[in-house]
Design a protein around this ligand. Structure first.
Ligand code: SF4
Length: 438
């Protein structure tokens, strides 16, 4: 039996792709191992959203170069799609290079490798393929990802995804609902709908005259009614396609979690324009107002890029004021980094790394104070927690609320996968601590 090791970099889409790749390999008789040293086939499922992530992959390949005679190396995902056959020049010991839009051809590529081909590539950006496979081997037995849409048509000027994942292609309502029902029957209680831009979900079998976002709102309503599913989340949303109907759908059904991740990237309309985000600060804030007027309290999280070409001190201040106005529960903030093939390469990038670091720190510190305030509001509340794991170092269980807050608590017994009520007793900037309510 052949052995394989896979390491995943990047977002949930990549994590879920790896689950599909693992399932495909297991179905072909491969055995998964925990260490690259023990594997005959070593795969890296890569991310190229930032330069750092890309460098990490090449560092890993370099690290294992000495094993090139005994192991087969494969590069999957965004770096594979972006760099293509150039990877063979940078790392000649690599035998497989395949982008995510070619994974459905993975079984054929594996046969080629097994029968002695030295170099195999899968780099076509198939405009139909959504890589649905019944072989997915999910890592977590309680919560599962379901991809509903692949690719992205938005072309934000800093983003490499449209070049690495190809154009948008959605699944049908029926296939998503069937997968959700199967997962429920298998004991899963939480589902996360995935896509680079889930709001753009437009089922191939739906009426093309329906307004933008309606299909996604309907999908949320229908997945929220699958018997046995207690929580539904989704990631990631683009503000332009985030229509009121989506907020209404969430408000109608508590199975749809009280949390929305809505990446803003910048609080300055001028920077948003240069980023080609297709919305203004005011339009974004209108969507926030919808979410703040729901009957249930929704938490909001976001992504921020600092140091985008042309960002002025005033633009940065606009981002800080937007953080204060929205009061996010968490943000993921990054320094802008140039990515190949993207329109932003044409913009003059005169902001130094040092200055980008200063701006990042300002944003993080500003947000930290907001999070301390936001989390303090939970002290004294009793929250329902889906228990996700046990931290042996602290002897505490760790779970998530519907608002995606992490709560730790001590309790005897085996609680993983269960829903428990926990009274919050303490709050920090990143997590809450509490006591089990019997
Ligand atoms: S919406 Fe913009 S940032 Fe998101 S994946 Fe598409 S191009 Fe990239």
């Amino acid at each position: 039996m052949k052995t394989f090791y896979i390491e995943t970099f990047g977002c949930q889409m990549n994590a879920h792709d790896s689950e599909k790749v693992v399932g495909t390999l297991l179905s072909r008789g491969y055995q998964q191992v925990e260490e690259p040293d023990d594997a005959e086939l070593v795969l890296y499922n890569t991310c190229s959203i930032r330069d750092k992530a890309e460098q990490k992959v090449f560092a890993r390949l370099q690290e294992f170069k000495k094993h090139s005679k005994t192991k087969t190396f494969g590069v999957l995902g965004c770096v594979a799609q972006q760099e293509g056959e150039k990877i063979f020049d940078r790392a000649p010991h690599v035998s497989l290079v395949a982008g995510s839009a070619s994974y459905s051809k993975l079984p054929e590529m594996l046969v080629q490798l097994e029968t002695g081909d030295k170099r195999v590539t899968g780099l076509s950006l198939d405009t139909e393929d959504t890589f649905e496979t019944p072989m997915t081997r999910r890592d977590n037995p309680y919560k599962a990802y379901i991809t509903i849409i692949e690719g992205c048509d938005k072309n934000c000027s800093y983003c490499v995804v449209p070049y690495t994942r190809g154009p948008e292609r959605s699944r049908t309502f029926a296939s998503v609902l069937e997968e959700a029902a199967k997962l429920s029957a298998a004991g899963y209680t939480e589902i996360q709908l995935l896509g680079q831009n889930v709001n753009s979900f437009r089922a191939p079998d739906s009426d093309p005259s329906r307004p933008l976002g309606s299909d996604f709102a309907e999908l949320l309503r229908r997945v929220g009614q699958v018997p046995g599913i207690r929580r539904v989340r989704f990631m990631t949303s683009h503000p332009r396609d985030f229509v009121r109907d989506i907020v209404d759908a969430i408000d109608e059904n508590p199975v749809l979690c009280n949390h929305v991740h809505l990446p803003v990237q910048s609080g300055s309309t001028a920077v948003l324009k240069a980023m080609q985000r297709q919305y203004t600060r005011d339009e974004y804030l209108r969507r926030i107002d919808w979410m703040k007027s729901t009957r249930r309290e929704l938490t909001l999280t976001s992504d921020i890029i600092v140091g985008f070409p042309g960002e002025t001190e005033q633009d940065l201040q606009d981002t800080l004021s937007l953080l204060s106005e929205v009061e996010y529960d968490a943000i993921f903030a990054f320094k802008y980094s140039k990515r190949p093939n993207t329109p932003a390469l044409a913009l003059e990038d005169h902001i130094t790394e040092e200055e980008k670091s200063r701006r990042l720190l300002m944003v993080q510190e500003h947000q930290r104070a907001i999070q301390i305030r936001r989390n303090a509001r939970h002290v004294g509340r009793t929250e329902e927690v889906m228990v996700e794991g046990f931290n042996k170092a602290t002897n505490h269980w760790l779970g998530k609320t519907t608002q995606l807050k992490t709560i730790t608590f001590a309790a005897p017994g085996e609680l993983a996968g269960e829903y428990r009520r926990v009274m919050v007793t303490r709050a920090g900037p990143a997590a809450l601590a509490g006591e089990l309510v019997q």
